[in-house]
Design a protein around this ligand. Sequence first.
Ligand code: SAM
Length: 453
Amino acid sequence: MQTLFPEFIQSMRALLGAETDAFVRAMEGPPALALRVHRCAEAALPFIEGAVPWAEGGFYLRDGARPGASLAHWAGAFYLQEASAMLPAAVLSARPGERVLDLCAAPGGKASQMALAMGGEGALVANEIDPARARVLAGNLERLGVCNAVVTCETPARLAARWPGAFDAVLVDAPCSGEGMFRRDADTRAQWNPAAPAGCQKRQTEILDAAARLVRPGGRLVYSTCTFNALENEQSVRGFLARHADFSPWEFVAPGLGASEGGMLRVWPQRVRGDGQFVARLRRAGEAEALWENAPQRGAARARRGEKAEGAQDARNLLEQLCATAVRALPEPLSRARMHFVGGRLFAAPAAAPDTDGLRVIWPGTALLRAEKNRVEPEHALAMALAPRQALRVAPLGEDEARAFLAGESLHRAGEPGWTLVACAGLPLGWGKQVDGALKNHLPKGLRKALRA
Ligand code: SAM
């Protein structure tokens, strides 16, 4: 790997003084790889050792563990995330029922962490400006069975113009020079140059100013980077506070890391087991009441005028068919969601989500079903959101069979005919359709994968 640039070490000496040598040694050491349990702690056990003190469900990986190649990872049991990267969402502390925006969300580590904290209640809008990365984000939320999220692909400025004051909490996990990732990402290390922080700060200023408009009065804004220089961290925050008199620092304490100062906290790799990270928590002045609760949605306004929501009856009929053929019951958050059709597919969007009409939406909620010529087929996203007991029929597979299913094979096995949730160790894998003596594979082609035993 490229050695650390002398200019970088020099700039760190200005921040760290006598601690710089220890910092450089830590930066040449191994990264603190970790995972966050999402839906099954038991499946994570073979890969983990001690807990990450500042993040619920966060655990360091054992030496040599390769959980990314496991069935459990494929099935959303956990999310691979560096330990320090778990701090920003822990500080934001999303709560069930809130409306939360992750403005720079791909690939979805912090978005999925917040979705878990929200327990399916309220709405998470996960936005990513880059379309390819937004699709990866949506794929990760699907794999993890998140069912109260919407994924948009917009500029922060467009969202701010559209949704002023609409969110209880906004996370800006900003694009940055990535100095904190130098020990695990050779490209970021090699691409660094002394001018990078100033360029990044300009972009961060634009994103933060848009974020300010999106937070409701009394709401909170969390800003984070995975870089060390003060320009992108403390100076970005101080500049923001100078421009936005209605925001102030909001102190916090992070277990294992200590107390913030001026609402800001750093993670240093020579002090704790984690890569570099900076987090700031700010609060907007004003009423603590969630304004959006009273804000009418377009559909709701139509309903008050006595008009029938378009397609509502169709949606009910299709859901009845779905219940007759594939599921016993929808998971609670989905049964309370707003249903809508896009291109012959029925999606369940969290009822608390703001109106996305006219915005570029990558994932308009959890896809429930496809309707074709009066036939209903359950969607993969629905399979991943289900607990096995919620399916009408379940095929519990052993590990070898599950690997064959993930590779796209149909399985020879007896069973009641019809749509069947394929599961392994209590985790959903996708849909199969039992026809005669075979369980036909209905895993989307793009997700099929040969996993090593
Ligand atoms: N929060 C993510 C997670 O936990 O998985 C990581 C986010 S990463 C640090 C920053 C993201 O910001 C990138 O996905 C990048 O594409 C996006 N980004 C880049 N330029 C942006 C801009 N001008 N506005 C908003 N997001 C931007």
